[in-house]
Design a binder for this molecule. Structure first.
Ligand code: GLN
Length: 241
């Protein structure tokens, strides 16, 4: 079996270990004898997105987001079609903001989003920074997702959140929601990188893409004791007392 992972704008959207998510997906496939090909692309490059199985967009500075949006808008329809067709998307922070209608950056400037989902993000005073723990809405075991967030943007929506905030800030620091899920598309503020510390989520994404492409129903078990030791450490340090 083979998966194509499109890594979007790794030179401009890559904060707090985001690249590690792509490496994690590749290694967890490789350890199981599944070939995972990473296809990075950036500004000025045209790629056949429809050949992808997993799509990754990382977070970026306001400057990076301003640079990328006009190029990204060229892929809007293809991305929407892929999402509707159950392709797997993981979009972190700035990438998550891009899936919505717009992001008003720290200088009050409009950064247009793809408008695939009906939400907006507003930069407000004071960044939301720190370790974060949520309870996932995907019925994954363990129930927690852990990560690190650092964003000025506050996102508001009525979509299904990826998780409920246990410690940290999430979408906006107010409504306890973190991220969003629609079909196999996930948006989240969790950097970290997210997937190595949450192998249950990594495998969820891999299995969803194998199911779509090959009808696969399960994955071989891996020895995840190191990964869950890291996960557990975050819970120990940052769970509310
Ligand atoms: N620039 C955006 C914000 O501050 C996204 C930051 C990020 O991707 N970490 O909200």
């Amino acid at each position: 079996m083979e998966l194509n992972i499109f890594h979007m704008y790794p030179d401009l959207l890559n904060l707090y270990g985001d690249l590690g998510n792509v490496t994690c997906l590749k290694m967890r496939c490789q350890w199981r004898g599944i070939t995972a090909k990473i296809i990075p692309f950036s500004m000025g490059q045209e790629v056949p997105l429809e050949e992808g199985d997993i799509f990754f967009i990382g977070g970026g500075s306001d400057r990076g987001q301003n640079m990328v949006y006009s190029h990204l808008l060229g892929y809007r329809q293809t991305m929407e079609d892929l999402i509707e067709d159950d392709a797997v998307f993981l979009s972190i922070c700035g990438g998550y903001q891009f899936l919505g209608d717009k992001y008003i950056d720290a200088e009050g400037k409009d950064v247009p989003g793809l408008g695939i989902f009906d939400y907006e993000t507003f930069s407000e005073e004071g960044r939301l920074i720190g370790n974060i723990i949520t309870k996932n809405n995907l019925k994954l075991k363990p129930e927690t997702l852990v990560g690190f967030e650092n964003h000025g943007g506050r996102t508001y929506h009525d979509l299904k959140p990826l998780g409920t905030v246990i410690a940290g800030q999430g979408n906006n620091g107010k409504d306890q929601k973190e991220g969003m899920v629609y079909k196999n598309c996930i948006g989240t503020y969790l950097h970290g990188p997210l997937l190595p510390k949450n192998p249950h989520l990594a495998d969820y994404l891999i299995l969803k893409s194998l199911k779509r492409k090959y009808g696969a129903c399960n994955l071989d078990e891996l020895d995840d004791h190191l990964e869950y030791t890291a996960h557990q450490k975050v819970l120990e340090l940052y769970s509310p007392k």
